[in-house]
Design a protein around this ligand. Structure first.
Ligand code: ZN
Length: 266
């Protein structure tokens, strides 16, 4: 079997799961393990850089100094071809596959890396904000020789159940299904955030109803005006435009404030 031309396949080592599960931490720990032989090439998507483009940084600030940020599967391929490292790390694979062509290209590239005998270490988000699987992560999981699923626990009301769903929030409210699939949480305004949720606490409204749209517009306005938490000022007064808009949209008098303060966008 072992002819001189035979090249053993490389290993594929994966860390899949949800945000807040420690995927990047785990990947940085593998990359900095002194037992790893043959050099490291650590690649990440430019949209996922939390600090400098030459560092892979997790939410808990674990870092890989010397990480390279790239913006497409093409540049990913160029960096891999240019490098002599035996161990190729790709953080947050789902960011590289924002269209069909990139998905196909990355699947091919990964199989080529494996066939060349180089080892691949990857991390990826299991599901998008709608709870749908990320195709590239599913593909990577299926070819992994070593795989760990890193799922945090749900933080809502001391729930503690496994939280594999990434809940996307806009000013703290669950966004509807019609939102775009890709939206990094690096928005400096803090408008969009993510939280890990269990199946009971994950929430995906089909759409905002008319009343909610009115509240949403007012939230945006009050956020611009610097009102605390987007709807109340330092004295906890509700933004007047917010109340007015809700009234115009027919919210029952006397229930407006309670409705808005409950944070419920339904
Ligand atoms: Zn929960």
């Amino acid at each position: 079997m072992n002819s001189p031309e035979h090249v053993p396949l490389g290993d594929v080592i994966g860390r899949a799961g949800n945000m807040g599960g420690g995927k990047t931490n785990a990947l940085v720990a593998l990359a900095t393990n002194p037992a790893l032989r043959g050099g490291v090439l650590f690649l990440q998507h430019i949209d996922t850089c939390r600090s400098a483009p030459d560092r892979a940084e997790s939410r808990t600030k674990a870092r890989y100094e010397g990480a390279i940020a790239v913006d497409s599967v093409n540049t990913l391929r160029q960096e891999i071809e240019r490098s002599a490292a035996r161990n190729i790390f790709i953080d947050e694979v789902q960011f590289f596959c924002q269209d069909e062509a990139s998905l196909k290209a990355l699947c091919e590239l990964v199989l080529q890396i494996r066939a060349s005998g180089r080892n691949m270490f990857w991390s990826g988000l299991q599901m998008d904000f709608r709870g749908q699987p990320f195709e590239i992560t599913a593909f990577m999981m299926s070819i992994s020789t070593h795989l760990e699923l890193l799922v945090p626990t749900c933080p809502i009301e001391d729930c503690g159940r496994p939280a594999p769903y990434p809940q996307r929030l806009e000013y703290g409210h669950p966004v509807p299904r019609s939102h775009p699939r890709y939206l990094p949480d690096t928005d400096a305004t803090g408008r969009y955030t993510y939280g890990a949720r269990c199946s009971r606490h994950f929430c995906l409204p089909e759409a905002w109803n008319e009343h909610s749209v009115a509240i949403h517009k007012a939230l945006e306005l009050s956020h611009k005006d610097g009102f605390k938490q987007g709807f109340a000022d330092g004295q906890n007064n509700l933004h007047p435009e917010l109340l007015e808009d809700a009234r115009r949209k027919g919210c029952e008098e006397g229930k407006i404030e309670a409705h808005i303060r409950s944070h419920q966008i339904d």
